[in-house]
Each structure stands twice: as C-alpha cells, then as structure tokens.
Write a protein that binds this ligand. Structure first.
Ligand SMILES: Cc1cc2nc3c(=O)[nH]c(=O)nc-3n(C[C@H](O)[C@H](O)[C@H](O)COP(=O)(O)OP(=O)(O)OC[C@H]3O[C@@H](n4cnc5c(N)ncnc54)[C@H](O)[C@@H]3O)c2cc1C
Ligand SMILES: C[S@@+](CC[C@H](N)C(=O)[O-])C[C@H]1O[C@@H](n2cnc3c(N)ncnc32)[C@H](O)[C@@H]1O
Length: 590
C-alpha cells in the first residue's frame, strides 16, 4: 500500500488560513494573492520574463491553497505577451480535500474563475504526480502529492522557483540544504528563485548551490524577502523542428499524434493497414483500471499515473465511446483477498476499495461469485473510437498515410515507433525480447447472460453490453500465431466467465475476435528514446488503454523539453535502455 496521504485540515487564525499541524499561516495576513504577486511573481521578474516565450516552467515547494498558482495563472491570462505554454509544477505533502479547498477559496473572490476551473479538475488524493491541463491545455499544472524530497526525482528545467514552505523554524524539511541542492539541479539557464523568507540558513544554502542572492523589499509586515538568480542552469529547450513521423495507427500511435499536435507539431502518421485501429486496438471494447499492490510497486504507481492521466485527457475528447461505469476485480481465493485488502489500505475509497460479495453484486446489478476490489473510476472504452477521436482532434496538423509499411527509419524529423511488435525491426533495442501473445475475445449477445452494469474481472473479464454485445475473455496464448477465431478459445472464455457470473443460455453461435498483445519480459511498456531522433512507445501488453496516454505524454514532454508527467524513477522504469542496463548488471554481452 502507498503511504496514505494525510490531507490538510481547514482552519483559520485571525481570518487567515492556518495550519494547526505546522502552527503557521498559509500566507501573509496582508493577503494571499497580493503576496503571490509581490513575492513570487515580481520576485521572479514575472510577467516580464515569460513574455514571448514558447514555454515557461515554474517549480513551487508547497502548493497549499494554490493561491500562488491561481494568481500566476491570472497574471498569465491578463498578459498579452504571455508565453505560449505555462508549466506550473508544485509539490505538496498534505493537499486539501476538494470541499475544503472550495470553502477556503471563497475568501479570494478575485481568483474565483481560476479557482472554479481548478476545482473541476482537482485530483483524487492519491500519492504521485497529477497532470491537469487548464485553459485549453496552455496552462499545465503538475501536482506531486509527495514529500518535498521527491524534488530529487523530478525531471524538468525550471525557469522560476517559488519557495513557499511554512517558516523554516517550523517546517525545516522545506528549506534544508539537501532540498535546495536538489532544486538547484533543476534550474534552467537564467533561472530565478524567490521567497518571503530571509532566514540566513536559506540564503547561505542558495548561495552554496550556485544562486546569487539579493534581499529586496518584502511584503506586508515583512521588511525584506529574498530573490536569487542561478549561475548553473541547464538548457532543455529542443532545437529541432516541430515535425514528427509516427509509425502505427493503434492506441499508441493515435495518442502520440494527439499529444504532439496539441503542442502544435506537424505529424505524419504511417500505417500499413488501410485504416486506423485494425490490429490489437481494433477490439470492440476493453477495460481500463489501475493496478494496486501491497507494496505499491513501480507497476502500481505507473498504472495509477497512467489511469488518472488517461481519464483527465478523455473527459474532454469528443467522439470517444466509453463509460467510466466502475470496475470490479474479484478475488480468486482467500490469499488474493488478503493481498487486495493490504493493497488498498492506504488508498481513498473513491480510487479503490474492498467490497464483499453482496456489495460487489450490488455494484454489478447481478449476483457475482465473489467480492474483491471496486474501482469507482474504472470502466470500458471502445478502442477504435478512442483512436479515431484522437486522430480527428489533430485537424490539419496531421497527415495520415495508410496502406504503407515503413521499412526503414528516415532521417530528418523525429520518428516515433508506435508499431507494437514491429518496432524492433525498425530500430534494434539491445537485449529486448518481445513476445506476441494471442488473445481471443468472445462477443456475447446481451441476451445470453444477465449483463453486469459494471466491468467485472476475475482471471477473465466481462463488460456491460456495448452496442448490444458483452465482451468477454480473453485467452492468453503465448507463442501462438493463429489469427483465426477458434472454438477452444471461446470455450476457455466461457469457463472463465463462469467464475464471475451465471450464463443464462448458451449462445447459438459465438462471435469473437483474435488479436495479438505485444509484451516485454517485465510486462512494462517500452517508452522513450531509442536512438538519435528515434523514440518508441510499444509493448503495451494487456493495458494499452491506459499506457497509451502516459507513453505519449512522456514522449511529447521529452521532445519539447517540458517537465515529465511522472517522477524520474518511473520514467526510467519504462526506458528502452533498461534491458541493456539489466544485461550489463548480469554481465551478458549484446
Ligand atoms: C484479446 C485482447 C484483449 C485486450 N483487452 C484489453 C483491455 O481490456 N484493456 C486494455 O487496456 N488493453 C487490452 N488489450 C491490449 C490492447 O489492445 C493493446 O495493448 C493495444 O491495442 C496496443 O496498441 P498499439 O497501438 O501498441 O498496437 P496496435 O493496435 O497493434 O497498433 C500497431 C499498429 O502498427 C502498425 N504497423 C506495424 N508495423 C508497421 C510498419 N512497419 N509500418 C506501418 N505500420 C505498421 C500495425 O498495422 C498496427 O496498426 C487487449 C489485447 C488483446 C489482444
Ligand atoms: C505556506 S504553505 C504554501 C502556500 C501555497 N504556496 C499557496 O499558494 O497557497 C506551505 C505548504 O507546504 C506544505 N508542506 C509542508 N511540509 C511539506 C513537505 N515535507 N513536503 C511537501 N509539502 C510540505 C504544507 O502542507 C503547505 O501546504
């Protein structure tokens, strides 16, 4: 289980939001928005410094009420010379629950518009990174619900730092030399920092990590504040043209087209079939949900990020056919039941919770064979509709080339291999052995069973009726290249279905579909740089629906030099180079 988030408790002292846990106020009694403008915006030379820029990245320690963020967003909106894309990354260990945030924000009517938009996207209180796209995606808020020590594990180049912990005496973790060292490693060329604190230790730590520090006039009762300029910044801004070639028009390729075109890239999509979503991504419907594990493994953390990111992106996607109706993952036996209980212990029930058989059956609307995990935000998607909706959203920035099989990787543009098991033939990935795993689904007419209202998994899966058909399955046939629909696979699917619920009648003639999953040995997708100008997003195994968005966002962020949507450790777990690293650790040759 992940270490549970302890949300902040709403309190006031003399009319100013106050933390009882830290015995300190959230902002100056002279006003939050005004403090944000004086200390953090002006202290970092904003809005002037972002004028005319393609992108500007701010990193804040302590999101709190988000007043600094809301005031920065407001200033950005009001500035005709604003940068094209504003990234605001903030780290917060004790986020507020939505209802508390809403109540506190009523105190700042001048920021009501921005606050309302933030409330509409406020994430579930689960640990990890949450990326929210606001203002049509031009303002990107990445919230890390984590201890500030996560700064060590971020991948970004910040143009401005807002240092806003509680006072150093009461909240030393937010100002430690180690933290300031981590932050200084994240500085972009010419980065600045600002804080209301003038503690000598903070100033010295900043100076030791390569900042030139100045005292300036403070805000409210504070006579002074600190501003600083980094002398050791790095440059992540890409020098390449914003043009890309994407290979493969399945879930992986469509998501990449969408994320790149959203950033103004011109993309050519090449697909060997006559249209999109004809191979693995052509199934009638599939399930989506995160994985939870007792040790909150890398896999669990990655699927959490991927699931939440996907849902955020899908909610505004016209034409996509899906239903976040909820998903049950029934326990197969007592042992699994125990492990499920440990896995959800620290998680909020609106993310995942344990339910007994009766409650599971109530969610499903039909009697089920067991209890298990309930994911209220899971559900089903028709993958071809997601692929098409994403491609259609790219408008004229996307050129589609079908019935063309790419044989070699061309020079010039960035190339992204999103062609599943075909990727290694175009660019060798040392030490990677991909497998193709045959999968057959059975499409049952809804009259053949008492259909559940939610997705139910137990070894196999059954979906609620989607356009009259309940998708059930799937077989998992390793090293089986038979693309025809087979009776034995249908039989296996029905056997698995019987472990979930009762069949009413045997359907007279079973319909189905065969496709092939592409799987890496560690079951994680392969996402990232493969070589000079070549990137990969493949091996999505049985979870293409949620991996596609995360993979695409990581690659688009890397190409653009933007903050990554996940912690560095998690991005690293997906990198194609992991196979070589492991081989080197084992001492084997390429
Ligand atoms: C039976 C079954 C059930 C599944 N159920 C679920 C589920 O419930 N939930 C879930 O999340 N996932 C599920 N999956 C997994 C999911 O379908 C895949 O992970 C996902 O579709 C993979 O997408 P992709 O874009 O990587 O691959 P694909 O959809 O296979 O797309 C790759 C594309 O690349 C093209 N291509 C290959 N080589 C070239 C080339 N050289 N030039 C041009 N084009 C090329 C191919 O024609 C293909 O269109 C299931 C998979 C199967 C098989
Ligand atoms: C002064 S408040 C931030 C105010 C905020 N910037 C705003 O605009 O509303 C300090 C914040 O730091 C957070 N914090 C304290 N210790 C932390 C830690 N170790 N890691 C991450 N956040 C922490 C607190 O929960 C609090 O929200």
């Amino acid at each position: 289980m992940p270490a549970p988030i302890v949300p902040a408790r709403r309190a006031l002292r003399d009319g100013t939001p106050y933390s009882e846990a830290f015995a300190d106020v959230y902002h100056s009694v002279a006003g939050g928005p005004a403090q944000a403008r004086h200390v953090f915006l002006a202290g970092n030379g904003l809005p002037v410094r972002w004028a005319g820029r393609e992108r500007f990245v701010i990193l804040e320690t302590g999101f709190g009420l988000g007043i600094n963020f809301l005031a920065t967003w407001r200033a950005w909106r009001e500035d005709p010379r604003r940068c094209a894309r504003l990234h605001f990354v903030s780290i917060e260990k004790h986020p507020f629950a939505l209802h508390d945030l809403q109540a506190l924000h009523e105190r700042y009517p001048e920021l009501a518009d921005e606050a309302g938009a933030l409330h509409a996207s406020w994430p579930l209180l689960v640990p990890g990174a949450h990326r929210l796209e606001l203002d049509g995606g031009r303002v990107v808020l990445t919230l890390h619900f984590a201890d500030v020590a996560v700064a060590r594990d971020l991948r970004l180049a910040a143009d401005a730092f807002y240092l806003d912990g509680f006072s150093p005496a009461k909240n030393p973790d937010m100002w430690s030399p180690a933290l300031l060292r981590s932050l200084s490693r994240l500085a972009a060329n010419g980065a600045t920092a600002a804080t209301w604190s003038v503690a000598g230790e903070v100033r010295r730590s900043l100076e030791r990590t390569g900042f030139i520090v100045r005292k300036e006039k403070g805000f409210g009762a504070k006579g002074e504040m600190l501003t600083a300029v980094s002398t050791r910044g790095k440059d992540l801004s890409p020098s390449r043209e914003r043009k890309a070639l994407v290979v493969g028009a399945g879930l992986a390729g469509a998501a990449i087209c969408a994320r790149l075109c959203a950033r103004g890239w011109e993309v050519e999509l090449v697909e060997r079939r006559a249209g999109p979503a004809q191979e693995a991504s052509g199934n009638h419907a599939g399930a989506f949900h995160p994985i939870v594990t007792p040790d909150d493994s890398v896999f669990a953390r990655l699927t959490r990020n991927a699931f939440l990111l996907s849902r955020n992106l899908w909610k505004d996607l016209p034409g996509m056919k899906w239903d976040p109706c909820g998903l049950l993952q029934l326990a197969r036996d007592e042992r699994e039941s125990g492990s499920q209980a440990r896995a959800v212990a620290g998680l909020p029930p609106d993310y995942a919770q344990l339910v007994d058989r009766e409650e599971a059956s109530r969610h499903a609307g039909v009697p089920l064979a067991a209890g298990g995990l309930w994911f209220p935000g899971g559900g089903w998607v028709m993958p071809p509709s997601l692929v098409r909706a994403q491609l259609d959203g790219c408008s004229s920035l996307l050129k589609r080339t079908f019935s063309t099989e790419l044989q070699t990787v061309p020079d010039g543009r960035a190339v992204i291999l999103a062609n599943a098991s075909g990727a290694p033939a175009l660019c060798k990935v040392p030490h990677l052995r991909l497998r193709r795993v045959r999968g057959q689904l059975t499409y049952l007419p809804e009259s053949a069973l008492e259909p559940p209202h939610v997705v139910v998994l137990r070894g196999g899966m059954v979906l609620p009726p989607v356009e009259g058909l309940c998708v059930t399955g799937a077989s998992f046939d390793v090293d089986d290249e038979d693309a025809t629909v087979r009776a034995d696979s249908h039989q296996g699917n029905l056997e698995r279905l019987k472990n979930i619920l009762m069949l009413k009648t045997q359907a007279p003639k079973l319909e189905g579909r065969v496709a092939f999953r592409t799987v890496a040995p560690d079951r994680l997708p392969v996402v990232g740089r493969l070589g000079e100008n070549v990137y990969g997003a493949f091996a999505f195994g049985s979870r293409g629906l949620i991996w596609a968005a995360l993979a695409a966002e990581i690659i688009a962020a890397e190409l653009e030099g933007e903050p990554l949507p996940v912690e560095g450790t998690l991005a690293k777990a997906l990198e194609p180079s992991r196979f070589s690293r492991r081989a080197a650790a084992r001492g084997s040759r390429p």
